[in-house]
Design a protein around this ligand. Structure first.
Ligand code: C2O
Length: 535
């Protein structure tokens, strides 16, 4: 094992896209930011220095940070933000994980421009459980706004209205040649006929689940969220914000130029789809003047493709990479995903949209939860988050008013060390028609079941996949449906659970688990680092 060190200078840089130049917050002046390359078993030290006029914190999405929530990053959950002029060293071990993950700012909407990839190579002598690719390429899917992010945030948060949709989706920060002034801002990947390539695809978009595909080329899914899967072949993948997907692609077509593209999936047909990002899958030696061909991606509202695709995802579950699914459950949690209205003195109508779990909309504390827990400071949060909704109702059929009795609070749930937890996330009768990608920090979990309608405690568990369910860190809860996940609470700390649509996170669709220390000396939260930022 080695120590890999990085210096991240958070600084403003001028970037231009779609004929608009504007200052954006970056790491080291790069958009997207630098890739972190590590080998499984390495220790990583990333010194983040904040030169920007915004408070900053960075999250290493999907890294488990065993006993080490201090390095996890979500502002006000595991740390106070790094203030302008200050630095903080994120110091952590990468153990028991290999594959593609990513990092992003975890404060306000700054992850719109502050994000990058994490590539974890398997340990030396441990080959991939699939054919060795000729080369690999990171594909970061994102969004671009012509307006400055603050304007967009204000629209989402203050007026109680959805923000402007972004002006383009992007592939490695580039919208591609279908947008104005974007010929230069097109990502191209050169391939040779007969060779196989590994794409490490990451959805870092703020608010859109995406389809991704390459014209005339099938994709073989081999890994999701840094966990190997049973390989399967598909014409397109579906990927929610926060998720990663590794695919193999064979350059076995007539040498030419093919578009790869990413476009949103949402359960209502969009009036105009003007946001599809494109990049070029370019066979070697083919002149760049030839017009590429567009892939046939599923329609924007193709929820049956989405359902079918997600059903194909299974853990590899090999002797070397077993799926250790908890067979018994110590703690059953059932959280409804709701939407309500709450008073908002500064808002246009005096109210604003509020999103909730079990009718509780989470209020960010003014100091970090992990410190408060570790140092036993009272009055920052309460551990009375209910295991079930206060009043059960017909979640997917009842009128919206059942959702409107929303209360607010910094309420979280306390979990016993090493207990097995099942969490059923139940969507309710919402105005928004999109699936909610839920992300749990500090853990991977198994997606043991999912379905449409109300979760049925009698029938549905009998149909769970407890053998080879997908293991991941972010999972979509389908519109008008539910998803059940299981994990063993063996990582002590305070761990954020939230919808990875930034709009919904901002509305309060989040809470946290405080997992208690275990009895062993090596089962407790590590002491905090000396340079831990203060609020
Ligand atoms: Cu990728 Cu809490 O986030």
């Amino acid at each position: 094992a080695a120590i890999k060190t990085y210096q991240f200078d958070v600084q403003v840089a001028n970037v231009s896209r779609l004929c608009h130049a504007k200052p954006i917050v970056t790491v080291n002046g790069m958009f997207p930011g630098p890739t972190i390359y590590v080998t499984e078993g390495d220790r990583v030290q990333i010194n983040v220095t904040n030169h920007a006029q915004y408070n900053m914190s960075i999250h290493w999405h999907g890294l488990k940070q065993y006993r080490n929530g201090w390095a996890d990053g979500p502002a006000y959950i595991t740390q106070c933000p790094i203030q302008t002029g200050n630095s903080y060293l994120y110091d952590f071990n990468v153990t028991g994980q290999r594959g593609t993950l990513w990092w992003h700012a975890h404060i306000l909407w700054l992850r719109a421009t502050v994000y990058g990839s994490i590539v974890i190579k398997p340990q030396q002598g441990t080959p991939f459980p699939f054919p060795q690719p000729e080369r690999e390429e990171v594909i970061l899917l994102g969004e671009w706004w012509n307006a400055d992010v603050e304007t967009v945030v204000k629209q989402g948060n203050m007026l109680g209205l959805p923000p402007n949709q972004s002006d383009a989706h992007t592939i490695n920060g580039k919208p591609g040649p279908l947008f104005p002034c974007s010929e230069k801002h097109t990502f191209a990947m050169e391939v040779e006929r007969g060779k196989t390539y590994l794409l490490r695809i990451i959805n870092s978009a703020l608010n859109d689940e995406l389809f991704f595909g390459i014209a005339d080329h099938d994709l073989t899914v081999v890994e999701i969220d840094a966990v190997y899967t049973k390989p399967f072949t598909t014409s397109a993948i579906l990927i929610a914000p926060g998720q990663t997907t590794n695919v193999l692609v064979q350059a076995n077509e007539i040498p030419g130029r093919y578009f790869m593209s990413a476009k949103p999936f949402i359960d209502v047909p969009l009036a105009v789809d003007n946001k599809t990002a494109t990049a070029i899958f370019q066979y070697k030696g083919i002149p760049t003047t030839i017009l590429p061909k567009l892939p046939q991606l599923p329609a924007n509202n193709d929820s049956s493709f989405a359902l079918g695709y997600n059903r194909k995802l299974k853990s590899l579950n090999s002797p070397k990479f077993p799926a250790n699914v908890p067979k018994n459950v110590d703690r059953h949690l059932f959280y409804t995903i709701g939407l309500g209205m709450n008073p908002c003195p500064n808002c246009v109508n005096g109210t604003r949209l509020t999103a909730s779990l079990n009718n509780i909309s989470f209020v960010m504390p003014e100091t970090a939860l992990l410190q408060s827990h570790y140092f036993k400071n009272k009055g920052v949060f309460t551990t009375d988050f209910p295991d079930k909704p206060p009043t059960p109702f017909n979640y997917t059929g009842a009128p919206l008013t059942a959702n409107l009795r929303t209360s607010i609070g910094t309420r979280i749930s306390k979990i016993k060390f090493n207990s097995t937890v099942e969490l059923v996330l139940q969507d309710t009768n919402l105005l928004t028609v999109e699936s909610h990608p839920f992300h749990l920090h500090g853990y991977n979990f198994f997606v043991v079941g999912t379905g449409i309608g109300n979760f049925d405690q009698k029938k549905d568990p009998a149909r769970y996949n407890l053998v080879d369910p997908p293991e991941r860190n972010t999972v979509g809860v389908p519109t008008g449906g539910w998803t059940a996940i299981r994990f063993r609470a063996d990582n002590p700390g305070v761990w954020f659970l939230h919808c990875h649509l930034e709009l919904h996170t901002g509305w309060g669709l989040k809470t946290a688990f405080v997992v208690e220390d275990g009895p062993g000396k090596d089962q407790t939260i590590l002491p905090p680092p000396k340079d831990l930022p203060k609020c």
